[in-house]
Ligand binder design. Structure first.
Ligand code: FES
Ligand SMILES: [Fe+2]
Length: 398
């Protein structure tokens, strides 16, 4: 462990104060707002790769704006504006032709990159004057990433992943009925694990005692520590602006093979009151155990297919239809998290909380966000975020 990866002294926790309230709206990501400008500096996870087959287009609403995603015949992913510049038909209704897309209304065709290249009923020469908005795309860890900001995008992929052999697996995408920041903050709040996830026992190993939470800003985001009574330290990474990389217990039924996976959570705003929760994992598994692992994963997939949708069960919990402690589900931890996070309201009331020392992780992030958004609002130069190094990795910590 290098010096930068050691938890800061406890004194540093006390020094972390909640930012002054009401200075700037840290939850909004609408275009043109400081929060929206901040988020658009980064690659944003918008879909699982497997949810966009070759030759298909689909709509996507991200940070209160509408887009079309499509995958060309050879597998390349593209992101363009949702509506045709001619008379605003929805582009995802159209046809994918190699790496181009043709509008369903009057047949205008747009090449990869957005240039209009055909207008069947128009005069020659008009097409070259027309473009549709187009955004850089990439695929990484089973997910599709788009850069919505101005100028050239930052490095891709935006962060490293576990270097050991293994497989990448994605999980169900959840649409969570609240602002994205509530989920990102929850991922910095390790103390909740011992309570929220007590029913079902999936996180029992992380709940033997309560960690002391400390956090420090890094050139790429926030490095957070949970120090146990034993002195062992659990280290988790929060990549700016909305990705958490952490080692977690296997899903229910997946224990016994593959060990604890590294999980990457992406909390992507749909608008200010909804977000997508993407989960992808790197499981350390090699050929001899692969068969056993695949069998267990198939059982999990079957159980998920037969179970009530996660968000629906979380809704029912929030409505008081079930006893929280008695609920069981193949993705119980996700159900529990959604009930707690969305139960705070579509937009958490951060003006009226009573934060304590265990909130040091989310307080640290709010402070960074507030500082950056204020800089943007005042026209000052914001922080130049850098790509995270490969040698700063999460640890299990017990
Ligand atoms: S609206 Fe798309 S071609 Fe007319
Ligand atoms: Fe949780």
């Amino acid at each position: 462990m290098n010096i930068a990866q050691k938890p800061p002294l406890r004194k540093a926790v006390r020094a972390v104060k909640s930012p002054a309230r009401s200075e700037v709206d840290i939850a909004t990501t609408k275009p043109g707002t400081p929060g929206g400008i901040f988020m658009r500096q980064f690659w944003i996870c918008v879909s699982r790769g497997e949810d966009l087959p070759a030759g298909r287009a689909k709509p996507a609403r991200i940070m209160s704006e509408n887009y079309t995603l499509y995958r060309g015949a050879a597998g390349r992913v593209h992101c363009i504006d949702s509506k045709c510049p001619h008379r605003h038909a929805l582009m995802h209704l159209g046809w994918v032709e190699d790496d181009s897309i043709r509008c369903v209304y009057h047949g205008w065709k747009f090449a990869a990159g957005g240039q209009c290249v055909e207008q069947p009923a128009e005069e020659a020469g008009f097409a070259r004057k027309v473009r549709i908005g187009s955004y850089p795309c990439g695929e990484y860890l089973g997910m599709i990433w788009v850069y919505f900001g101005p100028g050239a995008p930052p490095q891709f992929p935006p962060f490293p992943h576990r270097a050991t052999p293994g497989i990448i697996q994605t999980f169900n995408v959840e649409k969570v009925p609240c602002n994205y920041l509530q989920s990102f903050e929850n991922s910095m709040d390790e103390v909740h694990v011992a309570f929220t996830h007590a029913p079902g026992g999936s996180h029992a190993n992380l709940s033997r005692d309560l960690p002391i939470i400390t956090a420090q800003e890094e050139p790429w985001g926030l490095l957070r520590f949970g120090t146990r009574k034993t002195g062992k330290v659990r280290r988790s990474l929060h990549y700016a602006p909305n990705v958490t990389r952490v080692i977690v217990p296997p899903l229910t039924g997946m224990d016994g093979v593959g060990g604890w996976p590294e999980i990457y959570f992406s909390f992507t705003p749909v608008d200010d009151e909804n977000h997508l929760w993407f989960v992808t994992s790197h499981v350390e598994i090699e050929e001899p155990q692969m068969e056993a692992y695949r069998k267990q994963r198939a059982k999990y997939d079957q159980a998920m297919a037969a179970a009530k949708p996660t968000a629906e069960l979380a809704d029912e919990l929030m409505a008081g239809l079930h006893d929280y402690a008695g609920v069981r589900h193949p993705d119980l931890a996700i159900v529990q998290d959604i009930a707690v996070q969305a139960g705070q309201g579509r937009l958490a009331d951060r003006q009226n909380e009573r934060l304590g020392r265990s909130d040091a992780g989310l307080i640290a992030w709010r402070k960074i966000l507030t500082r950056e958004l204020k800089r943007i609002a005042e026209g000052k130069t914001p922080k130049k975020w850098t790509a995270p190094p490969a040698d700063v990795t999460p640890t299990l910590g017990f």
